[in-house]
Design a protein around this ligand. Structure first.
Ligand code: DAT
Ligand code: MG
Length: 152
């Protein structure tokens, strides 16, 4: 499996509800490797670039209001097949149909406030990591546990 990087956001609802640690803990326990982390307030311009695929959809104005309403925690996570792995840990877009055991299935009830974002393809992941991090903010490091997570 190819080692990938993916962008994860703890959205404003997750930050306000004190779920940052829970989200990080789930991704750490899964065996993913954290390579970037920051708290920031998304402005309208960044929201438009991050959610470019949704511009013009009926829910877009509400989505931008929500994502700019409080800080987010942005993270870059690395691992074999990290993009799909994060998506499966997050659950489906609508928490109402997310499986228990997933972040959204355990921690959310509404599609408009679904706690986390994860890139949906390796191509989008590269674009989104670039939107949120400068190259000097990403730290490549060796995990002492890699033999026990990724495998030897
Ligand atoms: P995901 O976040 O699972 O990648 P997406 O990219 O389709 O989902 O949509 C981005 C966010 O927009 C999603 O997390 C919540 C919001 N959203 C999507 N569809 C919606 C809808 N029909 N009504 C309200 N909000 C919606
Ligand atoms: Mg998406």
């Amino acid at each position: 499996m190819t080692v990938e990087r993916t962008l994860v956001l703890v959205k404003p609802d997750g930050v306000q509800r004190g779920l940052v640690g829970d989200v990080i803990a789930r991704l750490e326990r899964r065996g993913l490797h954290l390579v970037g982390l920051k708290l920031l307030r998304i402005d309208e311009a960044l929201a438009a670039r991050h959610y470019a695929e949704h511009v013009g959809k009926p829910f877009y104005p509400g989505l931008v209001r929500f994502i700019t309403s409080a800080p987010v925690v942005a993270m870059a996570w690395e691992g074999p097949g990290a993009v799909a792995l994060v998506r499966s840990t997050m659950g489906t877009t609508n928490p109402a149909t997310s499986a228990p055991g997933t972040i959204r299935g355990d921690l959310a009830v509404s599609i408009g406030t679904n706690v986390v974002h994860g890139s949906d393809s390796p191509e989008r992941a590269a674009v989104e990591i670039d939107l949120f991090f400068g190259a000097d903010e990403l730290v490549a490091w060796e995990s002492a546990l890699a033999e026990w997570t990724v495998g030897g």
